[in-house]
Design a protein around this ligand. Structure first.
Ligand SMILES: [Zn+2]
Length: 733
């Protein structure tokens, strides 16, 4: 069902030249036609079909048995992950150590959801405002009815000098008052509650041509470039009030007669377009007549720039730097409708002339459908295409996520997936990207500790971390790192976890494929993983893929419950002989995996489990049992006295050396002994130390040799005999 809305069809073999094409609006959808014909060259599902599909989807995902099944599967996925990290966590961190200089700091990470006008932190904005007021107070920043005002005049009118400026006075930080009050949060975009300052400092379209915001942006870009590995997808608004918005915005970004005169382009940023759902406001203020007009203002300029790039060079060029479209507004708001009938499909966009806002699904359909028509057209012309990545499931009705499941390539937030197991499972299966912002949610809708992020992550949903609005939510110069850092502290993420989330963020983002390929070290980056570039061990990727494949096999009826239980048992693996063959991933087409990612393959004995058990020294088994701890099988088998005593002694002393010098015990690099670290939960640190001391003591002070025993026994017997003879002789006397 989703494919019908999201797949990009193959290029048409014969396609008319641009000169023979014309653009025409019909029922809120842009049609690309051949001149003289009245049929569109591209097609998307109709509004009726979409509403029907929404209904079907709603009934499927909310039906009792489906919910139960989805809930059970998701719980199982989570448990599998917990088991996996218990068993392989140490192997993973060892693998991550082997990736050379790569670590979390120098893997690529993208801020997949960030609004441009709040991309700087409050301190940065404050410093910038102070600088301007102190040194450039004569700048003309406002012009109303022919009256020009300087920056100094604006601040004087507010009764504020540059020495008065401080963070507290700026009032841009989100606080307790914003919880469940998106309207109050929106006011935080205005420094000191002054809309005028917002226009001067944070808008692209003002009396200065958005020069201040361009200068600020350049400062943030240089910070990002300095960090090198951090990237962002900044969202700029297209409101749909006027057709000229696109031209203005393009000129601002490209620095042509607007902004600060230089292009705002960098390898560290991509632009996204956000469409605020504010039709009702524009209608009441008389800026628009009907909803169709809003769609026309948004889409006509970009269709035209696609059809005739030479006529609209600025827009056409700007489009090349855009990775996708977003739609934003308060999802929790449900105002009392005046004229809405709630069967919105009865009204075509050009008939929507009432002052009520259309519903989320209505908005989404028209934005996504026109975007998809545009994508088909651009794809046909060999141009870049755009993803649809709306805000969805931040608050409000759960059915916003039904819409997102059908239409979106990725979403921002997705908090409400926690309320519908059916949908959450579908999002897992479709691997739709979720750009989540727990710090933002914490201030607006959901306390940090209640965030579903760690659960989604464990279950294998495609999640990334993003900042949303650093101006309101973050305090440091590196807001994205702050986001990762808090998540790491609260949820105990390992370095491998963080690198996996960073990898997800790059995959979700709209940076060009060739750039991603160079970051990931392989052209086929969606399939192949190069741990040297991502710092994510192949073991983790293989685990995710295997579990995902098990899930789809089960759904397609290619596997049944027994196999599923079998797979679980293999993960529990109490025996290394079972661990090795069952971990083989060749069934799932993963053959190029390096052998070393399989745990302990080179040291396994040739025989089966019985032989392994047999060769384990009885006394040793008893000794381990005394420790009262379950010991990882792989450890036991490695300690069996295979080789000569000299070898054992060497092994023991190496182990002892490692333990005393490094404090940790890990020799898998040398292919000899490997013991779990403290994370493993198989053997805790105390038990491990105790065990090693006993082991070392046992090996270092070896028992007397059998020959010596015989000699001693012989000597004792001889002495006994002599003693006996002597006693006999004495008695006779
Ligand atoms: Zn947002």
């Amino acid at each position: 069902m989703r494919q019908k809305y999201c797949n990009l069809p193959e290029k048409q073999t014969s396609f008319p030249s641009s000169a023979k094409l014309e653009l025409c609006w019909k029922d809120g959808l842009m049609q690309v036609r051949e001149k003289g014909s009245d049929g569109s060259l591209f097609h998307v599902p109709s509004l009726d079909e979409y509403y029907d599909d929404m209904n079907v989807l709603f009934h499927i995902r909310s039906c009792g048995p489906v919910s139960s099944y989805a809930y059970q599967r998701l719980r199982l996925l989570q448990t599998k992950f917990e088991l996996y990290t218990m068993v392989f966590g140490d192997q993973e961190s060892q693998d991550a150590m082997d990736t050379g200089h790569r670590d979390f700091y120098n893997v690529r990470k993208v801020d997949t959801h960030i609004h441009h006008s709040a991309a700087m932190n409050a301190k940065h904005l404050l410093r910038f405002m102070k600088k301007k007021l102190k040194r450039f107070s004569e700048d003309i920043v406002d012009e109303k009815n022919g009256v020009k005002r300087t920056l100094k005049a604006v601040f004087d009118d507010m009764g504020i000098g540059w020495t008065d400026l401080c963070i507290d006075r700026l009032q841009v930080w989100a606080d307790k008052s914003c919880l469940h009050r998106f309207d109050r949060f929106n006011n935080k975009y205005s420094p000191m509650g002054q809309n005028e300052l917002r226009t001067i400092f944070l808008k692209t379209d003002n009396a200065m041509g958005g020069r201040y915001l361009a200068e600020l942006s350049r400062e943030i870009i240089s910070d990002l470039e300095e960090s090198k590995y951090q990237h962002a997808e900044w969202r700029l608004s297209i409101y749909g009030r006027k057709k000229s918005e696109w031209d203005n915005l393009s000129k601002w970004v490209l620095g042509r007669g607007k902004g600060d005169g230089k292009p705002l382009l960098s390898q560290n940023i991509r632009w996204m377009i956000q469409i605020p759902r504010l039709f009702a406001l524009y209608k009441t203020t008389g800026q628009l007549n009907h909803f169709g007009e809003m769609l026309e203002n948004i889409f006509t300029p970009i269709f035209e720039a696609t059809l005739f790039p030479e006529k609209y060079p600025d827009v056409a060029e700007f489009l090349q730097h855009i990775s996708g479209f977003d739609t934003v507004d308060d999802e929790s708001r449900s105002e009392k409708p005046v004229d809405r009938t709630f069967s919105s499909k009865n009204l075509a966009p050009q008939q929507w002339d009432i002052a009520d806002n259309p519903s989320y699904k209505y908005y989404s359909y028209f934005i996504q459908s026109n975007l998809r028509l545009l994508n088909m057209f651009r794809h046909q012309k060999g141009m870049n295409t755009f993803a649809y990545r709306p805000h969805a499931g931040e608050a409000g009705e759960v059915h916003h996520l039904d819409t997102a499941f059908l239409l979106a390539d990725g979403i921002n937030h997705g908090l409400n997936l926690r309320k519908s197991m059916g949908l959450q499972y579908l999002f897992y299966l479709a691997q739709i990207g979720l750009a989540m912002s727990p710090c933002s949610n914490n201030q607006l809708f959901l306390a940090y500790e209640k965030s579903p992020f760690p659960v989604y992550f464990q279950r294998g949903l495609n999640v990334s971390l993003s900042t949303d609005d650093p101006l309101m939510f973050h305090q440091t110069k590196e807001p994205l790192m702050e986001e990762y850092s808090i998540a790491k502290q609260i949820w105990h993420f390992t370095s491998v976890d963080l690198c996996e989330i960073a990898r997800n963020s790059v995959l979700q983002s709209g940076f060009p494929d060739d750039l991603k390929a160079s970051w990931f070290g392989t052209a086929n980056f969606t399939e192949d993983n190069k741990p040297q570039s991502t710092n994510v061990p192949n073991l983790r990727i293989a685990y995710r893929r295997r579990v995902y494949n098990e899930e789809t096999h089960l759904l397609h009826g290619n596997a049944d419950d027994t196999e599923d239980i079998g797979a679980m048992c293999n993960l529990l693996l109490l025996s290394p002989s079972k661990r090795l063959p069952k971990c083989s991933l060749s069934d799932f087409g993963i053959e190029n995996m390096e052998q070393k990612i399989r745990p302990y393959p080179s040291t396994l004995p040739a025989g089966g489990e019985e032989t392994e058990l047999a060769i384990l020294d009885g006394e040793q088994q008893g000794g381990l049992a005394d420790l009262g701890e379950e010991v990882d099988w792989s450890v036991q088998q490695r300690l069996t006295p295979h080789g000569s005593q000299a070898n054992m002694r060497k092994l023991g002393s190496q182990a002892f050396e490692q333990l005393t010098h490094k404090g940790s015990f890990d020799m898998s690099r040398r292919g000899s002994i490997s013991l779990p670290h403290e994370h493993s939960g198989i053997m805790n640190e105390k038990a491990q130390d105790e065990f090693l001391h006993r082991l070392t003591a046992e090996i270092m002070h070896t028992k007397p040799d059998r020959r010596e025993l015989f000699l001693a026994a012989g000597a004792a017997a001889l002495l006994g005999c002599i003693g006996g003879l002597a006693l006999g002789l004495l008695r006779k006397r």
